[in-house]
Design a protein around this ligand. Sequence first.
Ligand SMILES: *Cc1c(COP(=O)(O)O)cnc(C)c1O
Length: 350
Amino acid sequence: MSMTTLVDLRSDTVTRPTAAMRQAMLEAPLGDDVFGDDPSVNALQSQIAEMLGFEAALFVPTGTQSNFCAILAHCQRGDEYIVGQLAHCYRWEGGGAAVFGSVQPQPLEHQPDGSLALKDIEAAIKPDDAHFARTRLLALENTIGGQLLPFSYVEEATQLAQRKGLGRHLDGARLFNAAIAQAAQRDTEARAEARRIAQCFDSVSVCFSKGLGAPVGSALCGSRELIARAHRIRKMAGGGMRQAGMLAAAASHALQHHIDRLAQDHALARRLADGLAGIPGLQVETPKTNLLFVDLRGEAQARSAELLAHLKQNGVLATGLYRLRFATHLDVDAAGIDRAIGAIRSFFHA
Ligand SMILES: *Cc1c(COP(=O)(O)O)cnc(C)c1O
């Protein structure tokens, strides 16, 4: 990587399509997906549904729309979904399910590992009483804040939801990062772990535009019936796309070629964490996947904006204020990470 190339660690969404991905996009057979006859969209939907063990899938422009379609496919007006305070589909989606769907969230505090305590979930489920919204859905996120939810927890929480008659939705924007981390723990294969996690849920949303490196798109997976409802909601949300096969082809390419390489992103996040260890004023977390969080403490806090500006001057981009976030991805390599380490060390004269 040359010194003029930006090391953009703001998000794993910043990747550009690779040459091979662009070629796949150019060669994609196309139709009109609103008529249901774009072969590349249909192929992607079959591919992801089959991979995760569902009857059907729906290609959507964004993860936000995917979660929105899922929540509205599970819930009616006056229903509610149980969700984490920090979950994307509560905190980061403009309140869409409430605004457009009249579905209220019931947010819960997270445990330090990102999970929602089973007793909190159970206590949040309302009795059938006219005072209360009808509790219909549990929505989990994995990975959450870069953390892998323990698989035993995923099983217990989703079994609890099922016993209580709730639907179960997974925001798996980074499901494949979770799968890579879980496969490393269990010494198994990432695709098998992705499916194992997904099969605990009635619906799963995955992003192609994060670590998988596609320019656009997510997929919602579920039963034929649920996906038929989601399809109607996608139309209402303006998400029916025409020759979307060019985008679907990028996603298919990513599913074929970019899953196993996520392990490299995880290794680079660890490399960055190791490189920052011991700098006074920085509390460096141990990254579980591709997101590294670094808290600024004491005097370093007051210099946060100055630090980000210094990094930018050195061609390194990150986000945050007192808690910085660094995301590794397809367009970052070890040299870039070392440049980031050098820039941060030089700032602190460490
Ligand atoms: C990025 C993300 C989404 C959706 O993002 P879009 O920008 O709408 O594609 C949803 N959930 C999680 C956890 C995410 O990280």
